[in-house]
Design a protein around this ligand. Structure first.
Ligand SMILES: [Zn+2]
Length: 239
């Protein structure tokens, strides 16, 4: 971890910040650009979530690059303008800036999944995090749009989707092997994720009785990242 932080800090052109790992189960990271030395706080759940993915180290680098962007610009509040600026900074210093999208989507999905599974009360608490890492990574690799979906649909609608997933692979017999449970849940999740249209359709139906809904669409932040990558590509192509 230390060498990754040093590597990203070198590229960011800032002194290596301190890293504080918290355990709040909030799937959240932040930067304190007023502390001396500067501090990046990362929830343990994010690190574990990332490390369940084959590209996890790349996500970690993308996360650190983004947070170091906040430090570079001395940001002090989480306004969308500052997020855009930090994303642009990360795009400029990352070798694979496309990883930013997944890096943002994975904790969004992981956080929503974790709370949804928790509320179901159907799974043993000690396995909740573990199941979240497996499911979220599986889902994000199968259908990347689900990360956005968990953000733009209301939380209630998202829980409905997850609830259906869990309900159709339950009732949970506690005598079952955990692996067997994973098989059932991931298979069901796969069925639902296999067709993004179907998930969108499901959200629209839920909106009938859940009140007004936003429809799944790329988030402004993702659009901004796409624009930054395009700019960088053009710049690099210039003779
Ligand atoms: Zn940020």
């Amino acid at each position: 971890m230390r060498s990754i932080i040093e590597e990203v800090a070198r590229k960011a052109g800032i002194p290596t910040p301190d890293i504080v790992i918290s355990n709040e189960k909030r799937f959240y990271a932040s930067a304190n650009s007023f502390a001396d030395p500067k501090i990046i706080a990362v929830d343990e759940e994010i690190v574990k979530l990332f490390l369940w993915n084959k590209d996890g180290i790349k996500f970690l680098k993308a996360l650190l690059a983004h947070e170091m962007g906040h430090i570079f610009f001395n940001h002090n509040n989480a306004k969308i303008k500052e997020e855009h600026q930090a994303d642009g900074f990360a795009v400029d210093i990352l070798e694979e800036p496309e990883t930013l999208h997944k890096m943002l989507a994975l904790p969004r999905l992981g956080g929503s999944l974790f709370v949804a599974l928790q509320k179901q009360n159907a799974l043993p608490a000690e396995y909740l995090s573990y199941i979240t890492y497996v499911l979220a990574n599986y889902a994000i690799d199968t259908i990347p749009g689900l990360g956005v979906l968990s953000k733009v649909t209301s939380f209630k609608a998202f829980i409905h989707i997850i609830k259906n997933v869990i309900a159709s692979s339950m009732p949970l017999d506690h005598g079952h092997e955990m692996e067997h449970l994973f098989d059932k849940v991931t298979k069901k999740l796969h069925d639902i994720c296999a067709d993004h249209q179907a998930v969108q359709e499901a959200c629209r139906k839920f909106s009938n009785y859940e009140g007004k809904e936003d429809h799944p669409a790329p988030l402004p932040r993702d659009n901004h990242i796409i624009a930054c990558i395009k700019k960088k590509t053009l710049r690099d192509a210039r003779p």
